[in-house]
Design a protein around this ligand. Sequence first.
Ligand SMILES: NC(=O)c1ccc[n+]([C@@H]2O[C@H](COP(=O)([O-])OP(=O)(O)OC[C@H]3O[C@@H](n4cnc5c(N)ncnc54)[C@H](OP(=O)(O)O)[C@@H]3O)[C@@H](O)[C@H]2O)c1
Length: 253
Amino acid sequence: MNKSTPSAFITGASSGIGKAICLRLAADGYRLGLAARRVDELEDLAATIRSKGGEAEVFRVDVSDTAAATEAVRAADDTFGGLDLVIANAGVGRQRWAGKARFSDIEPTLSVNVMGAAATLVAVLPRMVERGRGHLVGVSSLAGYRGLPKSAAYSGSKAFLRVFLEGLRVDLRGTSVAVTDVQPGFVRTPMTDDNKNPMPFLVEPEVAADHIARGIARRAAVVSFPWQLATLVRGSQALPNGVWDRALGKATV
Ligand SMILES: NC(=O)c1ccc[n+]([C@@H]2O[C@H](COP(=O)([O-])OP(=O)(O)OC[C@H]3O[C@@H](n4cnc5c(N)ncnc54)[C@H](OP(=O)(O)O)[C@@H]3O)[C@@H](O)[C@H]2O)c1
């Protein structure tokens, strides 16, 4: 294994945005640790990357098992001789009207998007600080700025990740470990395939990967896209609660 090229570990590599980021980073010369539960998809992706001359290793992990997530990132860190980049991208989202919600509907979202992401991000953070080299990236969402209909748990989970990443960034200032919060709008992936609601400014995964790769390269604090939706969402924070609730709230199943 060539240890002179940069290395990255990414969760949620088996489809959608994560898979597109992997293909883009492999083309940019990264050695990759591909993580998710569906190992066949990961092996196919690894074979594609290797067929183009790249390097990729598969790590089967369910990130809602935080001990397993921690172990997988540490194993990749050992395999690659010190990871340059850790990307917490794995996420789930399920729409359900809050009036019919049970905790069992909410728990998977929190287990993956909150607990899994946090475990992934801090797994080798002390090692990165010690080495004076590293970069943490979390894929939150523009959905994390305000509570969205039928998505209280999802919006809440992404709000956690957004603020968590900001806190990490503040703490790590001056350590040579960068932190990037990726906030996508709508991206065409299996997650949005079933979404019957309007998805303004929808982008393809390759476009998302391009935004993310360029943000990583410049070690940006925040990467949000598309700019039109990002501007609207940020502006929505100034709306009074009554206006927001009337505009988006609807007591339906
Ligand atoms: N698509 C959008 O419009 C959009 C917008 C904003 C933010 N995002 C965020 O972008 C990220 C990627 O989503 P996507 O749109 O690319 O959806 P996706 O195609 O459904 O990908 C989700 C990925 O997460 C992995 N994952 C889910 N649960 C997991 C678990 N317990 N352990 C390990 N991996 C798990 C899945 O792999 P396995 O099933 O193989 O485990 C899959 O690779 C998510 O965090 C999502 O919230 C998406």
